[in-house]
Design a protein around this ligand. Structure first.
Ligand SMILES: [Zn+2]
Ligand SMILES: [Zn+2]
Length: 228
């Protein structure tokens, strides 16, 4: 699949934002899927994040942060820093700090992006993305600044949060139209729920990482040996 800045990178940013601000455990659950219930021990492995929490990130106690075993996922399920600026900069999207209002906008948008990942009916996914494209209503244009014509998904000088909305909606849409909708995945390991853009050649990834694939294999193996 072709992975240019405004398709691939934008889709990867969408996944980053979901993982930082709107992560829900489990794949889009099929009816009858069993929850990993046991001791909650499983959940501890999910505390670390790989979302740009650098040494310079301010470590401030967050009153909203849940401690202890996580039982449920509120709408503010958050694993990233409250300011998404670093995440955006890491993808080369927005290179200046966001205002608090823009930060809120971007975090809220992550919750809209989240349901677009994971196994689902194609028509359903397209309807979701069309709603996002509608909401992002940007003014795409052809840019020539680097000598090669390419799309810019919002006009110069547009609001940074609006730019992120336009870019991520278009990025996900571009995966669906130019690659395969099933490449917008959600980790099959129930307590994980990290989303990902499957850039593998075969496009068959079910897990966010090798670690999750291995852990899930071990868990399934144990489950088959459990008495009762
Ligand atoms: Zn450009
Ligand atoms: Zn995972």
């Amino acid at each position: 699949m072709q992975f240019n800045h405004y398709g691939g990178e934008a889709a990867l940013l969408a996944a980053d934002l979901v993982n930082a601000y709107a992560r829900e455990p489990g794949p889009n659950r099929a009816p009858g899927t069993k929850q990993q219930s046991d001791t909650g021990q499983e959940l501890h492995t999910e505390q670390e994040t790989d979302t740009g929490q650098g040494p310079d990130a301010e470590q401030r106690p967050d009153p909203g942060r849940q401690t202890g075993p996580q039982q449920q996922t509120g709408p503010e399920q958050r694993t990233g820093p409250s300011d998404p600026s670093a995440l955006l900069a890491a993808r080369g999207i927005v290179d200046h700090a966001l205002t608090p209002a823009q930060q809120r906008d971007v975090r809220a948008w992550a919750h809209r992006l989240a349901p677009c990942f994971g196994p689902q009916d194609l028509a359903e996914r397209c309807a979701r993305l069309n709603a996002l494209l509608d909401e992002a209503s940007s003014r795409p244009r052809i840019a020539l600044h680097d000598g090669t014509p390419h799309f810019h998904y919002s006009a110069p000088g547009s609001d940074a949060a609006a730019h992120v909305r336009a870019l991520t909606a278009a990025g996900l849409a571009s995966i669906v139209c130019h690659a395969d909708a099933r490449r917008l995945g959600r980790c099959a390991r129930t307590p994980c729920g990290r989303v990902f853009v499957d850039t593998s050649r075969a496009g068959r990834r079910a897990y966010c990482s090798v670690r999750c694939a291995n852990n899930d294999a071990v868990a399934r193996h144990r489950a088959t040996r459990r008495p009762g």
